[in-house]
Design a protein around this ligand. Sequence first.
Ligand SMILES: [Zn+2]
Length: 159
Amino acid sequence: MQKYNKFLMMALDLSKNHSYDYGLEYHLCSIVCKGGSVISVGFNHRATCQAVEMWADKVKKYRSWCMSTHSEMDAILRARKKTDLTNCTIYTIRRRYDGGENAMGISKPCLICQRTLADYSFSSAYWSLDSEHFAISRINKKTGELTDKVIRCHNHPDF
Ligand SMILES: [Zn+2]
């Protein structure tokens, strides 16, 4: 199995077993990897904190998008004081409700998460497009912009 498939499938499994805040519209899970090992796992939740508010303020014109803690932010918050996140990779999936528990939807990092990933010098982000496709984004550490490439997933449990 490709390494990225392994971590994306791991995120899918973790998401299925996680108790999310009640009524959340989306269920996401992010895994941060360093040198092939998982160093942090994050889930989206309702409450924010000072760091999340500060990250959102940096990308002010999109402020209304960020009234919760995104799974990428949660994973970074859990890891950032313990380890240097330079050149880490983040894997994110979003589960859809309308296609069975293994169905996935787009989980491209939002502009605030893109900026935060760049600030912590992440090298790349993998994210789900749908149940059959992922994308890998290379992160421009200066601008925070992503360059995306679509990859087909061969190891989804439904295939
Ligand atoms: Zn985000």
